[in-house]
Design a protein around this ligand. Structure first.
Ligand SMILES: Cc1ncc(COP(=O)(O)O)c(C=O)c1O
Length: 409
């Protein structure tokens, strides 16, 4: 039985084109050397690392390859940007601005600086679509603000932030601006030459590279305090022997993502819209969270009234069992961020956009990717309605709602 995977915002499979890169910088027969070694094996690994740096720089539009720092992923890139910049500039001030819908990699890093290092953090509110207002940002800036960190696109609801306007406000006031672009990469064009940002984080496993590799782009001249101590790797910005195989795969993934972006965005948007419209048309009492147009091309986050999101997730995962049709594929979706899965609290993103309590627990995120087909979408549209109906038939809330509707009618 196959699986229909609709959780690409949680992670993506590695593209087969990258397997060769990983193999050739890992095994005995390949260039497995330490890039800091002076012998040929080391220098070949160094060449691979620098080639990967060029590919990542090219993908992001960076003018200088030395602006790329390889990290272990998006979380480390965000930590390095936020803590690194905060510590390097602490003498100039201790105020940081972020938003109330950031990923925990940003949110908890800011909280750490607040609770352990005497920084003050402003968490900007968002509108009902999840967007930060440039005017709110302008009002929140203070003389002692040293850093603003706002994501490019939200991992849960897919809303794309007005980064050009937000960055312009930071530029006017000369404040450093970091953006978590982990979900934006490969799903919308990124160009740090024209974007008013100073630091930008990306992660390999969201763009078909392996888990455990990522990068921080750092505009030349941006001061940063390193967070870990050791060798002078990555120009003293990130100590530790580099993950050459991971970097080579990330480089190639970036090159492919850059080349294919236009077609990929069109394909994903078509499939996503087909799925979204199909669900809204076939299943009553459903609605979409997130911005109607300023949204990642692959993401739809849907509220199903009178259904528990977690129950729906599990029922879809076991669709064959749920509908007593063992031939059906399982469907992988999520109720929010993979990093907060298992928590019973409602998502901070949904709370921030003001999703009413009756919808808060019945939301599911569908995030599509490179390997999805129209057939996948059509199968999901066939499987979902009876599953939702079945779950609703067991819900006292649904019963109440129907009785209410009858007596009102
Ligand atoms: C917006 C965002 N930032 C950061 C991260 C963390 O990236 P990583 O899993 O590579 O540490 C994620 C992962 O879900 C994310 O969606």
């Amino acid at each position: 039985m196959h699986t229909i995977y609709l959780d690409y915002n949680a992670t993506t499979p590695m593209r087969p084109e990258l397997l060769e890169a990983v193999r050739s910088y890992s095994g005995l027969e390949g260039d497995f050397g330490n890039p800091s070694s002076l012998h040929t094996a080391g220098q070949r690994a160094r060449a691979a690392l620098e080639r990967a740096r060029e590919q990542v720089a090219g993908f992001l539009g960076a003018s200088d390859v030395s602006e790329i720092v390889f990290t272990s992923g998006g979380t480390e890139a965000d930590n390095l940007a936020i803590q690194g910049a905060a510590f390097a500039h602490r003498d100039a001030g201790r105020h940081i601005i972020t938003s109330s819908v950031e990923h925990s990699a940003v949110m908890k890093t800011c909280r750490f600086l607040e609770t352990q290092h005497g920084f003050e953090v402003t968490y900007l509110p968002v509108d009902r679509f999840g967007r930060v207002s440039p005017e709110d940002l302008r009002k929140a800036l203070r003389r002692d603000t040293v850093l603003v960190s706002l994501m490019a696109a939200n991992n849960e609801i897919g809303t794309v932030e007005p980064l050009m306007e937000l960055g312009a406000v930071c530029r006017e006031r000369g404040v450093l601006f970091h953006s978590d672009a982990v979900q934006a990469a490969g799903r919308l064009p990124i160009d740090v030459k024209t974007w008013p940002v100073d630091m930008l984080a990306v992660s390999g496993h969201k763009i078909y590279a392996p888990k455990g590799i990522g990068a921080l782009w750092l505009r030349r001249g941006t001061r940063l305090q390193a967070l870990q101590y050791g060798g002078s790797h990555e120009k003293n910005r990130r100590a530790g022997t580099e993950n050459v195989a991971g970097a080579a795969a990330l480089g190639l993934a970036c090159e492919l993502a850059g080349k294919e972006l236009e077609g990929e965005v069109k394909m994903l948007r078509t499939l996503r819209d087909r799925l979204e419209q199909g669900i809204l048309a076939r299943i009553p009492l459903t609605s979409v969270n997130g911005h109607p147009t300023e949204r990642l091309c692959n993401t739809t986050h849907i509220a199903f009234e009178c259904v528990e999101g977690e129950s729906l997730l599990l029922a879809l995962d076991q669709a064959g069992f749920s509908l007593r049709r063992p031939e059906l594929p399982g469907i992988c979706v999520s109720t929010g961020s993979a990093c907060s899965a298992g928590l019973l609290e409602p998502s901070h993103v949904l709370s921030a956009i003001g999703v009413p309590p009756e919808r808060l627990h019945g939301c599911v995120r569908f995030s599509l990717g490179h390997y999805n087909t129209q057939q996948d979408v059509d199968q999901v549209l066939e499987i979902m309605p009876p599953i939702v109906e079945k779950l609703r038939s067991l819900s006292p809330l649904w019963d109440e709602k129907r009785r209410g509707a009858r007596s009102a009618g």
